[in-house]
Write a protein that binds this ligand. Structure first.
Ligand SMILES: N[C@@H](CCC(=O)N[C@@H](CS)C(=O)NCC(=O)O)C(=O)O
Length: 333
C-alpha cells in the first residue's frame, strides 16, 4: 500500500468518501431500510469500520444487517474475502470489495475502503460514508433494533456529541494516522502534539464522569474507543504516538477497559487482525513486516473501577446478548 502524502508539507492526505447515499426509514435516497437487504463489509482491523460493528451489536441489528468480514491483509486490489470458502463472500459472491464499488460506478478510480454497505440484490455499493453509517444505524433502523437497545444518539445531546466527535475525529482518530503516515518531521510533530493535548483534555473530562456525554454510552464513546483499543498494540509503536502508552494514562486506560468489558465492545475486537493489518500492510512504515508480540493483552480484563462514577451504560435499555456464533472472535489471550 502506498501512503499518499503532500510533497510540500509531508502531511498524510486522506481519501474522501465518495459514496454518500443514505439508507433511511423513508427511503428518500432510493435506499430504504429493509432487514437482510444490505451487507455491512468491514475489516476487524479498521477503526472506522469497527464503529459500525460495535453500533450494530449494541443495537441488536446483527440479523437485520448481516456482516462480511474482509481479510485484514489487503493485496494490490485492496480488501478481499479470503477468509471465506473459495475466497468469495458467500452472499455477494465477489472476491474483492472493489467489485461492489465498480458495480456502483464503473468509472470509479478512488480508494476501496471499509466500512462499506452493499445492496445485496444489485451487488452495488451504497455508502462508504462511515460517520453517517453509524448515526443512521442508530436513528433510521429503530424499527429493527432489539428490545432494550440503547439510544446512542439522543436528540437532546446531539449538539454536544457532535462537538465532542469533531475534536476526537481531528485530534485522536485521524491524528494517529497523521503522525504515523507523516513524511516530514514537522507534520509528525504537529499531529503528535494535537493528539496528546487532546488525550490530556479527554482524561480531565473523563476523570469524574463515566462516559463522554451524559451518563450513558453514546456514539461519542464508540468513536473514541476504536482508537484507544488500538493504541498500545499499534499506534504507540508503529505510528510513533509514544509520549505514553494507553496503559500509562490511568483515566483513559480505565475508561477503555470499562468499555472493552461491556458487551458489544470487547467481543468485537480481534487484536490479531488489528496487528497484522497495520504492521504488514504499511510497508513504507514497517518494511520488514514483522508483527510485534506485545503487549500483554490479558490486562484488558483487569478491574477498572469506573462503576464508582455511576452512569447507566445502557440508559433505560439493557446490554446485548453474546454475538452470533458465526461472528464470535477467537479468544484474545
Ligand atoms: N476512506 C475513508 C474510510 C476509512 C478508511 O480509511 N478505511 C481504511 C481501513 S482502516 C481503508 O479501507 N483504507 C483503504 C483505502 O482507503 O484505500 C476515510 O478515511 O475517509
Amino acid at each position: 500500500m502506498t501512503i499518499p502524502t503532500d510533497p510540500e508539507t509531508g502531511e498524510f492526505v486522506r481519501a474522501p468518501n465518495h459514496f454518500a447515499a443514505r439508507i433511511t426509514a423513508d427511503g428518500r435516497d432510493g435506499w430504504p431500510v429493509e432487514p437482510g437487504r444490505y451487507r455491512l463489509v468491514i475489516s476487524r482491523a479498521c477503526p472506522w469500520a469497527s464503529r459500525g460493528v460495535i453500533t450494530r451489536r449494541l443495537l441488536g441489528l446483527e440479523s437485520a444487517i448481516p456482516l462480511a468480514i474482509a481479510d485484514p491483509i489487503q493485496d494490490e486490489k485492496s480488501w478481499r474475502f479470503t477468509l471465506d470458502p473459495d475466497g468469495r463472500d458467500p452472499v455477494l459472491g465477489i472476491r474483492y470489495l472493489a467489485e461492489a464499488y465498480h458495480a456502483a460506478d464503473p468509472d470509479y478510480t478512488g480508494g476501496i475502503s471499509v466500512p462499506a454497505v452493499v445492496d445485496v440484490p444489485s451487488g452495488k455499493l451504497v455508502t462508504n460514508d462511515y460517520p453517517r453509517i453509524t448515526l443512521d444505524f442508530a436513528t433510521e433502523w429503530t424499527a429493527h433494533q432489539r428490545a432494550g437497545a440503547p439510544d446512542l444518539y439522543p436528540e437532546r445531546l446531539r449538539d454536544e456529541i457532535d462537538e465532542v466527535n469533531r475534536g476526537v475525529h481531528a485530534d485522536v482518530n485521524a491524528a494517529v494516522y497523521e503522525a504515523g503516515f507523516a513524511s516530514k518531521q514537522s507534520a509528525y510533530d504537529d499531529a503528535y502534539a494535537r493528539l496528546f493535548a487532546k488525550l490530556d483534555e479527554l482524561s480531565a473530562r473523563l476523570a469524574n464522569q463515566r462516559y463522554l456525554v451524559g451518563d450513558t454510552i453514546t456514539e461519542a464513546d464508540i468513536r473514541l474507543f476504536t482508537t484507544l483499543v488500538r493504541f498500545d498494540p499499534v499506534y504507540h509503536g508503529h505510528f510513533k504516538c509514544n509520549r505514553e502508552k494507553l496503559a500509562e494514562m490511568p483515566v483513559l486506560w480505565a475508561y477503555a477497559r470499562d468499555l472493552f468489558q461491556t458487551p458489544g465492545f470487547g467481543d468485537t475486537v480481534d487484536f490479531d487482525h488489528i496487528k497484522r493489518h497495520y504492521y504488514q500492510v504499511h510497508e513504507q512504515v514497517n518494511p520488514t513486516r514483522i508483527v510485534p508480540n506485545g503487549p500483554d493483552l490479558s490486562r484488558w480484563a483487569t478491574p477498572h473501577g469506573r462503576e464508582a462514577l455511576g452512569g447507566r451504560p445502557f440508559g433505560d435499555g439493557t446490554p446485548p446478548g453474546p454475538p452470533p456464533d458465526a461472528e464470535a472472535v477467537p479468544p484474545q489471550w
